[in-house]
Design a protein around this ligand. Structure first.
Ligand code: NAG
Ligand code: NAG
Length: 542
């Protein structure tokens, strides 16, 4: 993140960017490949073993010491390693399945690679299904070292083969997949979520949403930094900072993200373009896996003049539990969501803003694929005209009404909503938290989420329940506030982008992936700090 010194918009940016594009092209070549590909020989450390607790309290020191002890103890690293190996194996299963599925779609099924991919998937599945290996998944038991060694060897051997296969078929898939991606029209992600439920498509969802190798490397390096320099990252939040984090007269932002670099770009771009950065407060909410990475990043790379970055994990909010949150209950009931449960939950945390920030009156939600290009103070000062939410509408450019997002054959939906209502976008939303509480929006969301138990009202995703919850409670903003589509639409005008206060890479072609649309990359990379040591270590910059 380019926040230290004056290098922000200067020479380092230009040279860094020259390096960035080719690197990214080499790193990942399809969204499907955007998976965790650990270096087989690299030690893997998995943060899932870290318990989280509330931050900023006097208990912190003791907690930190406990965490470090736990991490250094003989048992927990083994547990962490087992979890990392399982994740690695599952990610590769998803990856080869995604390749196989692309091969099928691209009518390459005569090619021998298709069978090779499916063979590898089933071979890895077989390893995980062995009783001795399966037993490793029980986190309450001590780790069977022998079984762990077998798991490690088997997974590594197979991954070596898979990577070779990928290298061999790179050319073959590259063009096909790019063409396929370009054909994806509006809201590719949403569409993908809808399709995800269908048989055979599920692996695509996981693949598209998994972490590219370099991003994963970044998280791991940051975590390691935290473990080896405990004192440096001890929480020093004083009373003044704590007060500012709750001060309703300041401008508060919330970013839900499991992508350190994405969140860093959002904060950096917002700070860089704010007229009075010291008045802006950023609340970054992540999952357990990425909590320390986020903490360390913002400590190592604090945006100038803004000491107010608050990093929290989902588990810091004790009300997020299945007995209260219908979605969590539904996800836990369905085994296929086991591994992406927290990723989905992170998306739905946005329905709990008043409980998360009880002292605030307003908050601006930013997704982690946006770049802020202007001072946003005016959004906080505008009259919401009695609305809970403010957003840009999306039905004029794209034919996108309520009827496209929910099931109007269902009586409940038909009775309550007008199918011709214009849909709006998530990504940059101002919320009036006082009115939210008064109108009981979270309860409304719960009601509908419960009704949607069998997904008859809408398919997965956070947009449809948002459209429902804030129906007739949404103010439409001028389009120049928020320009969307940079992740799927190759024809967004340069003038429109330059004029926009916030731009969003909505779609699958995220700026940190190889499939990103080249013409839009600079708007994002200019806010990445390539001088940051871990960025260099993780091959973002050379
Ligand atoms: C930080 O704020 C001070 C005073 O508000 C200003 O003089 C200084 O230039 C700012 N620093 C940066 C790097 O923006
Ligand atoms: C939409 O609702 C109708 C009526 O309840 C139901 O029969 C149908 O299966 C639903 N469609 C989907 C795709 O779930």
């Amino acid at each position: 993140m380019a926040i230290r010194g004056g290098a922000r918009n200067g020479t380092s940016k230009a040279s860094a960017h020259r390096l960035f594009v080719p690197t990214m092209l080499v790193l990942v070549f399809v969204t499907a490949a955007a998976l965790v590909l650990y270096n087989g020989s690299e030690p893997v450390l998995h943060p899932a073993g870290i318990a989280k607790t509330q931050v900023g309290s006097s208990h912190l020191h003791a907690y930190v010491a406990r965490t470090i002890r736990a991490l250094k103890s003989d048992e927990d690293p083994a547990r962490a390693k087992v979890e990392a190996l399982f994740k690695q194996a599952r990610d590769h299963i998803a990856l080869v399945n995604a390749y196989a599925s692309h091969a099928r779609r691209a009518k390459l099924d005569t090619v021998k690679q298709l069978t090779s991919f499916t063979d590898q998937a089933s071979s890895l599945n077989d390893v995980l299904a062995r009783p001795q290996i399966k037993a490793l998944q029980d986190d309450s038991a001590t780790v069977d070292e022998e079984a762990m060694r077998i798991l490690e060897k088997e997974v590594k051997d197979r991954i070596k083969v898979i990577r070779q296969l990928m290298t061999d078929s790179k050319e073959l898939f590259d063009n096909q997949v790019k063409i396929q991606k370009l054909k994806d029209t509006i809201f590719a992600v949403n569409d993908q979520l809808t399709r995800a439920k269908k048989q055979g498509e599920f692996s695509n969802l996981i693949a598209a949403r998994s972490t590219p190798k370099s991003l994963h490397c970044l998280s791991m390096r940051l975590l390691e930094e935290r473990i080896s320099n405990e004192e440096k990252y001890a929480d020093t939040d004083d009373a003044i900072t704590a007060r500012r984090l709750r001060d309703p007269t300041l401008y508060h932002y919330v970013i839900f993200s499991d992508n350190v670099l994405g969140a860093a770009v959002v904060v950096n771009s917002a700070v860089s373009n704010a007229k009075h950065p010291q008045k802006h407060v950023f609340h970054v909410v992540t999952d357990k896996m990425n909590y320390w990475a986020m903490k360390v990043w913002f400590k190592m790379s604090p945006p100038n003049n803004v000491s107010y970055i608050d990093v929290k994990s989902i588990d810091d909010y004790s009300f997020i539990k299945p007995s209260y949150v219908p979605l969590l209950q539904q996800l836990e009931a369905d085994n296929q969501y086991r591994f992406i449960k927290y990723r989905i939950m992170l998306k739905h945390m946005r329905f709990y803003l008043p409980q998360m920030f009880p002292k605030l009156h307003k908050i601006l939600l930013l997704d982690d694929d946006v770049v802020v290009q202007k001072d946003l103070t005016a959004l906080f000062q505008m009259n919401m005209e009695g609305n809970v939410n403010a957003a840009v509408e999306i039905c004029t450019e794209y034919y996108n009404h309520y009827s496209h997002h929910m099931n109007f054959s269902h009586l409940l939906i038909k009775q309550k909503f007008d199918p011709e209502t214009c849909a709006w976008a998530y990504g940059m939303n101002m919320f009036d938290l006082d009115l939210w509480k008064k109108e009981k929006c979270t309860e409304e969301y719960h009601y509908w989420q419960n009704e949607n138990e069998n997904q008859a009202l809408w398919k997965l995703g956070s947009l449809p329940p948002g459209l429902i919850t804030f129906y007739k409670k949404t103010k439409f903003l001028d389009k120049s506030w928020h320009v969307l589509g940079l992740g799927h639409n190759p024809n967004v005008g340069a003038y429109k982008i330059k004029k926009a206060a916030v731009i969003q890479y909505s779609g699958n072609m995220k700026p940190w992936l190889d499939v990103a649309l080249n013409q839009y990359r600079d708007y994002w990379t200019k806010y990445v700090d390539y001088s940051m040591v871990f960025i260099q270590m993780c091959n973002f910059g050379h």
